[in-house]
Design a protein around this ligand. Sequence first.
Ligand code: FEO
Length: 409
Amino acid sequence: MPKVRVEKLCTDLELYIIRVDDDQIRYFEATWEIPEGITYNAYLMKLDGAVVLFDTTKKEYTDLFMDALEKLVDPKEITHIIVHHTEPDHSGALPRILEENGYKAQVIGTQFAKNLLQGFYGDRVVENFKVVKDGEEMKIGGKTFRFIAVPWLHWPDTMITYVVEDRLIFSCDAGGGYSIPEAIDDSNEEVVKKYLPYVAKYIVTVIGHYHKYIVQNIKKLKELGIVEEAKMILPGHGLAWCKNPKRIFEFYEQVGAGVPEKDKVLVIYDSMYGFVEKRIEIVLDELKKLGKKPVVYRFTDKEAPAVSDILGEVPSAEALIIGASTYEAEIHPRIRYTLYEIVDKANYEKPVLIVGAFGWGGVAGRKIETMITRSKFDHVATVESRGYPSSEDEEKIREAVRKLVQWIS
Ligand code: FEO
């Protein structure tokens, strides 16, 4: 059952997280498999003469959210609602909160956010809307709130808030991740280690299409000096970062830039009747001889891994090996879809080796080659042949793996 956690954050401030733990969701954005669930984080800050709500939650959890919110404050007392990003996982409860608030609160966001909110929920939600520009500051409850645009993290509407005196960054999607961590913040290293792979998966599936903007925007925040000095980074999903805040943005930078883990080679293949699998056995044997650490995902008649999990592995791989059958004069459907998403969401300059098998005519290898050469990936070689691999095929595969490994080094 979804539940909501309300906790005071690790500070002397009157600052609370209202975290909805969504364990019912299966497909984020109706696409990405996340059996691990997700959280939607909103924050409430009580100041002198002001009560500020940072983002809300998904519409279907509005009742749950309102009950939690009312334990902290009478909604009528909320003076400001900051909308960092309008995607409905953060803005879905806004209309009801404003209704309960009597439309007294000033809603703050970018011009783009205003337009989107109006389009999603009608005129009423924007009748008391304050448009802020990149870098603009406002005094609220005796504190300085600086609003910084971070377009495409995740939509063009997106901004973060920096509370200058307290050195707090409210970052919405930026800094977020999938799963429902058992802790609220990063104080337990075991929790953080378990959580970070879900952050990589989140980054690629949700923001991956715009990953160059991750690097650009974090560079911008670093140049403003606020990443180094931040006492907390408070995202809209997953863990709040109190112990080592800059760590999450550094992790985002790494994923955004596709910084590889030493020796990790991602191997993805389908095998309907074992022809491709036989080739992959040769590939894995050669990789291991060369000291590489393959991470393998396979589609067979017994298993089908989540494409979202595969995508999360791409940024940290040194190289990719794609094994594919030719299927009705096409790439096998599961590999076709997986590759389409890799090229769209995890498009990095990394070397790729293609290993294919066919019955009466090889098509998959050529088609994959075309996809790869049109992307940022580097095509190293294609080795494709009929049925089970002959000893000659085996030597060609081993040679191609050696070429790939040489390419990496
Ligand atoms: Fe978590 Fe782009 O919304």
